[in-house]
Design a protein around this ligand. Structure first.
Ligand code: SF4
Length: 335
């Protein structure tokens, strides 16, 4: 049944961003026949799901949750609640390789996607973490040029290279010095992102013959996911991509939830998390806060996170300690 857009907007909060998003959502949904909506159980995903159903997606949308193999019990329970509340079915899909399997096979993610990829490349060429000039390193490891550019801080080096500081090791202060003094003794890799997340979604999408894929991403969340897109909608060859709440600020999301009675999982309401990504992902330095939450609320998951990501947690802690020491030494040096 077509959506009565006037009635929808009349009932909506008096908020330009929300009203615009609802209008756009009705328009996009009405122009597509088979929709895939990726549900994560997180706060943005909750709002997207509610909005899609208000805007006519019922009956032509498959809601799907990709279980990475490391999930909060509270998230899994929330999926059941969402199914009951909206009278929908959320398909549970398993990736070919879960996060624990990918990590076991390829290595543990450390610090960031870029850092992990470069370290992985070095490790596969038995790099000795040498503190040598660029030319000598290229002679010694001719197949590692882009990683050597990163290691030697050659921004925009002679490869096809980006021009931002994320491509040079000094973006993480003293990391190079730390690694020279403390070679990583465990395999590093961010391939779990590919196998436990991207591939699973790609395969599902391909098999389903969808013409629209919806994701709960917001520009305001920042990070790699948000910088990968410019707008709420992108047209594709086989499938279009729609981010219904792309323009929502935190305040818009809160207003939407209060108005429509959207309730988030216990990860937010009880555990106090402000976002839920991969449980205990070792990227960055904020994993410590998440680990203490997991330990307090889901002790079995805590043990699993330690078993999977433990070497990266330890290495990061040692790096941060080293970095702090170096910073203090630099401060106390006479000018
Ligand atoms: S976000 Fe972290 S834990 Fe999750 S798949 Fe990517 S690297 Fe692995």
């Amino acid at each position: 049944m077509p959506i009565d857009i006037d009635a929808l907007l009349q009932d909506a909060p008096d908020n330009f961003v929300i009203q615009n998003a609802l209008e756009k959502c009705v328009d996009v949904v009405s122009h597509h026949q088979k929709i895939m909506c990726s549900v994560s159980g997180g706060a943005d995903s909750d709002v997207m799901l509610d909005m899609l159903l208000r805007c006519g997606a019922r009956g032509k949308t498959d809601f799907v949750f990709f279980n990475t193999g490391l999930e909060y019990h509270a998230t899994l329970e929330h999926l059941d609640d969402l199914e009951k509340k909206y009278n929908i079915k959320i398909l549970r899909e398993k990736p070919q390789k879960s996060i624990p399997q990918s990590v076991k096979e390829f290595g543990v993610p450390f610090w960031s996607k870029f850092v992990s990829e470069y370290i992985n490349r070095f490790q596969s060429h038995t790099f000795q973490w040498d503190d040598l000039p660029y030319k000598e390193l290229v002679e010694k490891y001719p197949k590692c040029k882009s990683a050597i550019n990163w290691w030697c801080n050659r921004m925009g080096g002679d490869q096809v290279f980006g021009k931002t500081t994320q491509y040079v090791i000094e973006r993480a202060p003293y990391l190079k010095e730390f690694m020279i003094a403390n070679h990583p003794t465990f395999k590093v890799s961010s391939k779990c992102c590919q196998y436990a997340k991207k591939e699973a979604s790609k395969q599902f999408e391909k098999a389903g013959g969808y013409d629209l894929k919806c994701m709960g991403v917001r520009k305001a969340e920042g990070g790699a996911r948000a910088t990968a897109f410019k707008n709420c909608f992108s047209e594709g060859h086989h499938i279009d991509n729609f981010r219904p709440i792309w323009w929502f600020r935190d305040s818009d999301r809160a207003e939407y939830c209060a108005h429509y009675g959207v309730v988030h999982s216990r990860c937010y309401t009880e555990y106090g998390l402000v976002r839920t990504g991969c449980v205990g992902c070792p990227f960055g330095k904020r994993f410590e806060d998440e680990l203490s939450v997991i330990k307090a609320h889901e002790p079995k998951l805590y043990a699993a996170a330690l078993a999977v990501f433990g070497p990266a947690y330890d290495y990061t802690r040692r790096y941060l300690e080293y970095r702090e020491k170096k910073k203090q030494e630099a401060k106390s040096k006479p000018a």
